[in-house]
Structures are given as structure tokens and as C-alpha cells.
Design a protein around this ligand. Sequence first.
Ligand code: SF4
Ligand code: SF4
Length: 102
Amino acid sequence: MPAATREERIEFRERNPKWKLPALRIEMAECINCDTCIRHCPDQFGAIFNHGIDVIIIPELCSGCGKCVPVCPVDCIYEDPIPASTPEDWWTEPLSPEDPYV
Ligand code: SF4
Ligand code: SF4
């Protein structure tokens, strides 16, 4: 079954088709880069990364579980029902030496 595990979602670059909730996104203009959300994203999803000066959510890895939302001090994490295509360079983060979830 494709995309059932985080490794498969990274390999195939697709969400688990069973996920019903929309992915979330970080409004970069509002984010203060405190990194709190990164630590609250469950390891089995592992969707939030430091990427250069930005903190990003890769929508293909985000289940929409919402655990990152209440911990954000500036409330800048929003639903992303129709995510824009994920920038190619964001995919350098999952499974890299800086991946916080491995
Ligand atoms: S909604 Fe859940 S899976 Fe998505 S980024 Fe937040 S904590 Fe991670
Ligand atoms: S918790 Fe909010 S302010 Fe902090 S890095 Fe995440 S999105 Fe940005």
C-alpha cells in the first residue's frame, strides 16, 4: 500500500490516501521561528522542518492531526485544503542529517 509509512510518503511524495483531514501550513510572514511546533509533530508524521530561515510543513507528510496548532505562540498555523505544490528544495530536509524525526 503506497504512502502508509513516513518513509513511503517521502519516497512517493504523497499523503496517505486514508487521511481525511487537510494538511496544515505555516504563514511565514507571521512565524517567529521558535521551533516549538517541530517538537510537537508526532514522529510517525514528522512533517515540520527548519529550512534555511523558514519553518515549513511538508503537506504530503502532514496528517492534519492538529497537535502543532495549540503550541504555536502566535497562531500562525492554518489549514491548507488545497496545498500549493511543494517546492522541490523542501524535499532535501526529510531523512537528511538534520531531520528531527529520525
Ligand atoms: S497537523 Fe499534525 S502532522 Fe501536521 S504538521 Fe501539525 S503536528 Fe505535524
Ligand atoms: S510554533 Fe508557530 S511561531 Fe513557532 S516555529 Fe512553529 S509556526 Fe513558527
